[in-house]
Design a binder for this molecule. Structure first.
Ligand code: C2E
Ligand code: CA
Ligand code: CA
Length: 601
C-alpha cells in the first residue's frame, strides 16, 4: 500500500492536535483534524479515514455519541475507533467497547504505547481492506467479480434513479470457450480468459474515449466465460449497439494461445436501464435474456433487450412448468405419419411425432415445446416415453396382423437424449418391454445434432446399429455435413429436408442437387426418404429421380393411433380385395388421405 493511511483525530483540546503529528511522525500517516463531535462526523463521512482517534469528553456530542453515530453511517461503520480517555475508568472503557471501539489510549499519552496501538490498528485495517479487495476481485483476470458487480450496479442504479439518467448493461458470453477448455486444457482456457479481459478493458476504454466521456464504465467477470459491462452514462441505442459490435468484433479476431490461433467469438445482450419499475436483479435477468436471444439467432450476435423477449421468456418458463405435469397427467400423445415406398405405394413404416394436448391451449406442436424441453432436460423422460409408447403401439398393430416384419417405426431422438449416458439402455428396455425386434426400430437424428459432437455420437450410433437398429439422418441438407463426408457416418437412411422437396418443382438446379444426393446415397447403400411431399407434382418428380421413399401431407398427415389403425385396416382390405399389394393409392386422388383420417398436423 503506497498511499499513506489517514487518521482522523476528533478532540476539543487544541494541544492534542499539536502533539499528535509529532508523536505519530514516524508512522508516515496523514492526519485530519476535527475540533468537536459534529465536525468529526462530517469529516469521517467525507473522507472515510483508516482510523479515528476519538476523545471521550467533549462538549455537546461526547465521544460515545459520536461513536454510536459512526457505527450507523454506511461510509463510517467499518472504520476502527480508538478512544482517547482522560482516566483509567473501567466503566468508561467498557461502554466504549460496547459501542464498537477497538481500543483506547489514556491521556497523558505514553508516546510508545500510543504508537504501538495506532500501528496495530492500522495494520489490522490494511489487512481487512486487502481481504475486502480480494473478495471483490476475480483472482484470474483481476477484474471485479460478481459480488463487486452487484454492489456497483446497485450504486449506479440508485444514482441514476435519483438523477433521472440512464445507464446500460452489456452482457458478454463467449461462444466456444468450452471447446477451448476441452481441446487445449484448462490452463489454456485460463490464459484465454485473461486475454479476453484485457481486450474488453482496452476496447471499453477506447470506446469511452471516442465518445468523449469519462471512462467510468465498469467491467466485471461474472464467472466462467461470462463478462458484464456497466455503461454508466446516458447513451442512445445507436452508440450502445456500436459498442456491442466493437466488442464482438474485437473478441472475434482470435487469440494466440500456446502457439494456436484460437477463435472464440462472443454473443452480447444489451439492456438499457431507464425505467425504474425494474429492480437491479430484473435488469441483470433482462440482459441475460437478450444474450440468450443472441444465442438463438446464431453465433456472434449482439442483441438489444426488448419487452417482448421478457414475455417470451415468461412464456417459456410457463411452458416448462406445464410440461413437467403434462407427462404424468397423460397430456402427451403420439401421432403417426406414414413413410411410403413411392415406387410400390406401400407403407414402409411410420414416424412417431410427439403431440401435447394442452387442457387450455389445445394441441401444441413440437416446435413450440421441444426446444424448451431440450434445454431443461425434460426431453429425456418425455422422449423416452414417446419411444416406449410408439414401440408398444407398433407391436399392438403387428399383433393385430396390420403390420408386417418389413415395416418399421421411426422415432426421433433429440440431442439431450443421444448425449444421455443411459440412452442405449433406454432403447433396449423400450424394445424388449414392447417385444419389438431391434430391426424394426429406426431412430432419427438430425444432421446438425450428429455434427454437434461427431466423434461421440458416431460411437453411440455404431453401438445401436450393432444391435440391428437402423439410423436415419434427419433434416439432411440443413446442417453442416458435406456430401463428401457422408460415408463416415453410420447411417442407413437419409431424410432429405422438406426445404429441398419444396423447391424441386421450381428449379432444375434443385432437382439436380436432389438427384446427386439420391445417387450418392444409393452408392453408399443408404435409403432416401424425401420429407414434406405436399403435391402430386413433387411426388412425380421424385419418382422420376428414383427417390425410394417419401413422407408428407400428400401421402398422409400425422394422425392419432386410432385413425392410423383404421388406415391400416382399410389398406389391408384394399390389398385383399384387389390383390395388388398396393397400400397407398397414390395415383387415385392421394390428397384426400389427410382429411379422411381426421389428420392432426
Ligand atoms: P421432423 O422430424 O422433421 O418431423 C417431420 C415434421 O414435418 C413433422 O412436424 C411433420 O408433421 C411435418 N410434416 C410432415 N409432412 C409434411 C408436409 O407435407 N408439409 C409440411 N409442411 N410439414 C410436414 P411436427 O410433427 O410438427 O414435428 C416437428 C419436429 O419436432 C420434428 O421434425 C422433430 O424434429 C420434432 N419432434 C417431433 N416429435 C418428436 C419426438 O418425439 N422427439 C423428438 N426429439 N423430436 C420430435
Ligand atoms: Ca424426424
Ligand atoms: Ca425431418
Amino acid at each position: 500500500m503506497n498511499r499513506p493511511q489517514t487518521i482522523l483525530v476528533i478532540d476539543d483540546d487544541p494541544m492534542i492536535h499539536k502533539l499528535l503529528p509529532v508523536r505519530l511522525k514516524e508512522l508516515n500517516v496523514q492526519l485530519l483534524h476535527a475540533q468537536d463531535g459534529e465536525e468529526g462526523l462530517a469529516m469521517a463521512n467525507a473522507h472515510t479515514p483508516d482510523l479515528i482517534l476519538l476523545d471521550v469528553m467533549m462538549p455537546r456530542l461526547d465521544g460515545f455519541e459520536v461513536c454510536r453515530q459512526l457505527q450507523h453511517g454506511v461510509r463510517t461503520r467499518e472504520v476502527p475507533v480508538i478512544f482517547l480517555t482522560g482516566s483509567d475508568n473501567a466503566n468508561e472503557m467498557s461502554r466504549g467497547f460496547e459501542l464498537g471501539a477497538m481500543d483506547y489510549v489514556t491521556k497523558p499519552f505514553n508516546a510508545n504505547e500510543l504508537r504501538a496501538r495506532v500501528r496495530s490498528a492500522l495494520r489490522l485495517q490494511a489487512l481487512v481492506a486487502a481481504l475486502e479487495t480480494q473478495a471483490k476481485t476475480d483472482a484470474l483476470t483481476g477484474l471485479p467479480n460478481r459480488s463487486a458487480f452487484k454492489h456497483r450496479l446497485q450504486r449506479v442504479f440508485d444514482r441514476s434513479r435519483s438523477q433521472g439518467t440512464s445507464f446500460a448493461l452489456v452482457f458478454i458470453d463467449l461462444d466456444r470457450f468450452k471447446h477451448v477448455n476441452d481441446s487445449l486444457g484448462h490452463a489454456a482456457g485460463d490464459r484465454l480468459l485473461v486475454q479476453v479481459a484485457d481486450v474488453l478493458q482496452h476496447e471499453v476504454a477506447a470506446a469511452a474515449k471516442a465518445a468523449g466521456r469519462l471512462a467510468s464504465d465498469f467491467i466485471a467477470r461474472m464467472g466462467g466465460d461470462e463478462f458484464v459491462v456497466i455503461v454508466d452514462s446516458n447513451e442512445d441505442v445507436h452508440t450502445l449497439m456500436a459498442l456491442g459490435e466493437r466488442l464482438r468484433a474485437a473478441l472475434g479476431v482470435g487469440f494466440p494461445i500456446d502457439g494456436h490461433h484460437v477463435h472464440v467469438g462472443a454473443r452480447l445482450g444489451i439492456r438499457i436501464c431507464s425505467d425504474w419499475d425494474a429492480t437491479p436483479e430484473d435488469l441483470v435477468r433482462d440482459s441475460d435474456t437478450a444474450m440468450y436471444a443472441a444465442k438463438e439467432q446464431g453465433k456472434g450476435r449482439c442483441v438489444l433487450f426488448t419487452e417482448q423477449m421478457h414475455l417470451d421468456a415468461r412464456e417459456r418458463v410457463r411452458i416448462e412448468e406445464e410440461l413437467q405435469v403434462a407427462l404424468s397427467n397423460g397430456q402427451l400423445w403420439v401421432a403417426y405419419q406414414p413413410i411410403v415406398d413411392i415406387n410400390t405405394a406401400q407403407i414402409a413404416g411410420f414416424e412417431a411425432l410427439m403431440r401435447w394436448h394442452h387442457p387450455q391451449r389445445g394441441n401444441i406442436v413440437p416446435d413450440q415445446f421441444i426446444p424448451i424441453a431440450e434445454e431443461s432436460g425434460l426431453v429425456v423422460p418425455i422422449g423416452r416415453w414417446v419411444l416406449e409408447e410408439s414401440c408398444r403401439q407398433f407391436v399392438a398393430w403387428r399383433e393385430q396382423g396390420l403390420i408386417s416384419d418389413a415395416q418399421h417405426i421411426s422415432v426421433n431422438l433429440s440431442k439431450a437424449q443421444i448425449m444421455h449416458p443411459d440412452i442405449e439402455a433406454h432403447i433396449v428396455v423400450a424394445c424388449e418391454t414392447a417385444g419389438l425386434p431391434f430391426g424394426q426400430l429406426h431412430l432419427e437424428v438430425t444432421e446438425s445434432v450428429i455434427m454437434h459432437e461427431v466423434n461421440y455420437i458416431v460411437q453411440v450410433l455404431n453401438r445401436l446399429r450393432a444391435l440391428g437398429i437402423c439410423i436415419s439422418m434427419d433434416d439432411f441438407g440443413t446442417g453442416y455435413s458435406s456430401l463428401a463426408s457422408l460415408h463416415r457416418f453410420p447411417i442407413d437412411t437419409l431424410k432429405i429436408d422438406r426445404q429441398f422437396t419444396e423447391t424441386i418443382a421450381n428449379s432444375r438446379q434443385y432437382a439436380a442437387v436432389i438427384q446427386a444426393i439420391i445417387m450418392l446415397a444409393d452408392n453408399l447403400g443408404m435409403r432416401v426418404v424425401a420429407e414434406g411431399i405436399e403435391s402430386s407434382e413433387q411426388l412425380t418428380l421424385l419418382q422420376a429421380l428414383s427417390c425410394g421413399f417419401g413422407q408428407g401431407y400428400h401421402l398422409g398427415r400425422p394422425t392419432t393411433a386410432e385413425a392410423t389403425t383404421q388406415l391400416l385396416r382399410d389398406h389391408k382390405d384394399a390389398c385383399c380385395n384387389h390383390g395388388t399389394g398396393v397400400l397407398i393409392p397414390i395415383e387415385t386422388a392421394p390428397g384426400v388421405w389427410g382429411e379422411r383420417n381426421g389428420a392432426v398436423a
